[in-house]
Design a protein around this ligand. Structure first.
Ligand code: ASP
Length: 334
């Protein structure tokens, strides 16, 4: 009897050893991590950009990448990384999110936002936000502190206030530049057809524990009707994350992204059809979205740290920073 017990405990010991060994191999192969961001897609042409403006965009994108990357590097979560990167882009007047958002037909800023945790499939979103300084924090709050996924307008803002988020006057979001182009567009009906829509921001990340997360924040589309909600706060359209596949953040003409469930479609192609990330992303953006007449792009990272950033517009502000590599920022097609 004692002999049998000894044998059993010995084999248990070896079993535990093998388990430990395997685990260290698994955590080694999972050690790739990184962050990908975007600052919107649209008619971004080299010919209409000054060197100064280009440098400003590049510096801000690099700052957001570096901030998110530092969090991942020190063992932080992908959620914290994308949250911090998006705050930097929301605070910058260069992008159509937070400060610098485009304006509705009535001349106000109305912001949409969402966030998703690929580990738990928990998600949070808010639409029609006019006074929360950093909408991405509200999306996170909805995800973590409410039983809901999406909240809108006054109710969402009351929830933000209750939870001590920083509130601002709507004029905080409205930059001189956006106001000028709004006024011009109101005067000239023709210009409305050539509306510049780029500038939404988003981030996706993979952390050291293999957890994926995605977030997107926007002012929506210039001259949108009051009450219009785009793809950004719609989980599965503008944002999606699933640890088994990938994390996606979209930018572009939101109505098309909603109709195609773009972000979720990319994940589903990987899940059900075993597509690679780049094949899935190209299928949805370059084929399906383009065939429907939609414009825009996405950024994505998969569970192995592969990155895809396809878009069918002239340009997309974008960048990635992966472990073992240098940060990489791009604006135009090439
Ligand atoms: N997708 C956003 C929307 O339709 C706009 C954008 O990405 O530029 O609200």
């Amino acid at each position: 009897m004692a002999f049998m017990f000894k044998r059993a405990s010995l084999s248990f010991f070896f079993y535990a050893l093998i388990l430990l060994f395997n685990q260290s191999i698994i955590s080694q192969t999972n050690s790739k991590y990184g962050i990908v961001i975007h600052g919107g897609a649209g008619t971004i042409l080299r010919t209409s950009m000054t060197p100064e403006k280009e440098a400003e965009y590049t510096a801000k994108l690099n700052e957001a990448l570096q901030t998110g990357y530092n969090i991942l590097e020190t063992g932080g979560t992908s959620l914290d990384a994308i949250n911090a990167a998006i705050i930097i882009l929301e605070d910058s007047p260069l992008f159509n999110a937070g400060k610098g958002a485009v304006l509705t037909e009535k001349g106000a800023a109305e912001l949409d936002v969402s966030i998703m945790d690929g580990k738990t499939l928990m998600a949070g979103a808010a639409a029609g936000i006019k006074h929360v300084k950093n909408p991405i924090n509200l999306a996170r709050l909805v995800m973590e502190k409410s039983p809901h996924v999406m909240m809108i307008g006054a109710g969402a803002e009351e929830f933000a206030k209750e939870n001590n988020l920083e509130m601002v006057d709507n004029s905080y979001f409205i930059t001189k530049e956006r106001w000028e182009s709004y006024k011009k567009m109101r005067q000239r009906e023709e210009e409305r057809k050539k509306v510049e829509k780029q500038g939404t921001v988003g981030a996706v990340a993979l952390d050291k524990n293999g957890n994926l997360a995605a977030g997107t924040s926007t002012g929506g589309m210039m001259m949108k009707k009051f009450g219009r909600v785009g793809d950004t706060p719609v989980i599965g359209a503008g944002t999606y994350a699933n640890n088994n596949t990938c994390a996606v953040s979209a930018t572009g003409h939101g109505e098309y992204f909603i109709r195609l469930s773009v972000a979720r479609d990319i994940s589903a192609l990987m899940e059900y059809k075993n597509f690679s990330l780049s094949d899935a992303a190209n299928e949805v953006i370059m084929k399906k979205l383009t065939a429907l007449g939609g414009t825009g792009g996405i950024i994505a990272i998969d569970k192995n740290g592969s990155v895809a950033m396809p878009f069918n517009t002239e340009g997309m502000y974008r960048g990635y920073y992966l472990s073992g590599e240098k940060p990489n920022v791009k604006i135009y097609k090439d």
